[in-house]
Design a binder for this molecule. Sequence first.
Ligand SMILES: *Cc1c(COP(=O)(O)O)cnc(C)c1O
Length: 471
Amino acid sequence: MTETKPVSPLPSVDRVMHGPQAEVLCVAYGRSAVVDAVRAALAQLRAERTSKAKADGAADADKVLSLAAVSLAARATPALKPVINLTGTVLHTNLGRALLSEEAAERVAMVARSACNLEFDLGSGERGERDALVEELLIELTGAEAATVVNNNAAAVLLVLAALAEGREVVVSRGELIEIGGAFRIPDVMRSANVRLVEVGTTNRTHAKDYLEAIGPDTALLMKVHTSNYKIVGFTAEVAERELAEIAQRNKLPLAIDLGAGSLIDLEAFGLPKEPIVRDTLAAGVDIVTFSGDKLLGGPQAGLIVGKKDLIQRISRHPLKRALRVSKLTLAALEATLLAYRSPDFLRRDLPTLRLLTRAQDEIQALAERLKPHLAAALGDGWQVAVTSVASQVGSGSLPLDELPSAALALTPVSKSSAAPQRLLAALRALPTPIIGRVGDGSVILDLRCLEDEPLFLAQMQELARVKLKA
Ligand SMILES: *Cc1c(COP(=O)(O)O)cnc(C)c1O
């Protein structure tokens, strides 16, 4: 006869729910959620008993409640949360791209909580146009005749194609049939918009005569795509915007350009590499320009479409526009961002994207020196911590070949273990406010260009010190 320990029966739901600690949970989460969590905890304990793994585990009401409390807390925690971007890529698509200005974030919070004049003309008391809220600003900042806004630049391109060329032909250079991160391929977008793609030229060279030969009775639109995320160097040729605009005009066709990032200002004046300016592109005779709200503009995710009035009208009246329109939250953030451009002297101060892109290397270096001892203390003996020069990236496909001189902390395992850096990256990601770095040359590299909240970082170092890290 084998001896088995007597197993106490599991408490009932009622018993667990009667007690001051259950009451505390009920105040935080509501009774029904707590009852559900208690039932789930009891089921878990029952399953563990039948699997005999923990058959002798005591299971009183306290144990059930503490299990329930852990799962209630976990389920109440949002999955989307702030992280500290130390990847060195300022406009990181996977990390949410541009950071909004304080003003923009406040405007979002304000209209989020309140009714607002989204589509309501306060003068006449009649229905208004939501795009009208930012159209004047976009006209002023780009020199366009009219403007409209959709959810992102991919949507902007789709809508322009559908509205101006549905069922007809669009002429594009082969060198511009690009893929942008997240499987956005220009040829696929064209198919979705139900337009026929006519490719001209070759990958590295496209000439004016290539466009001229491709134009036929079924051509509806000439399109140019700013190949922002890669560069072809060497024996290349492309047709300049001005020349292409003349070709379009002579053939009574509209010319649309997808600028991708597109800047409202001259970034060279801020010591940054050159990037096409929307105003210049329009001034070159281009009829329609599309660009992103959350790349160099430094605003919310949005797709901006600016250009000739009659074309913008056709675009904004297309049925797809209704499906792609932006919310009041987007418009609030976009308007506040655009308003910042009316005070160019304060742009660097007020727009995080511009502030981070133009941050001086010696300032980042000084920050690295300040943080170095804290990191060394948190990591302990197993790691070497050094300040090193690195190159940050603009990101989001903009300015691919140009890098921004920056400074980083390089964390190298004394053991030279090749697995240790990946383990440290994972530990950094598991912090309450996750820190996102990268591995380079056997070290964890934390590029500090985008770190502005030093206390938040130091608080994470305290947490890191508690985690036992194998180097
Ligand atoms: C980034 C980019 C897009 C897509 O813009 P989203 O705002 O991410 O939708 C389209 N075209 C070009 C050239 C781009 O660089």
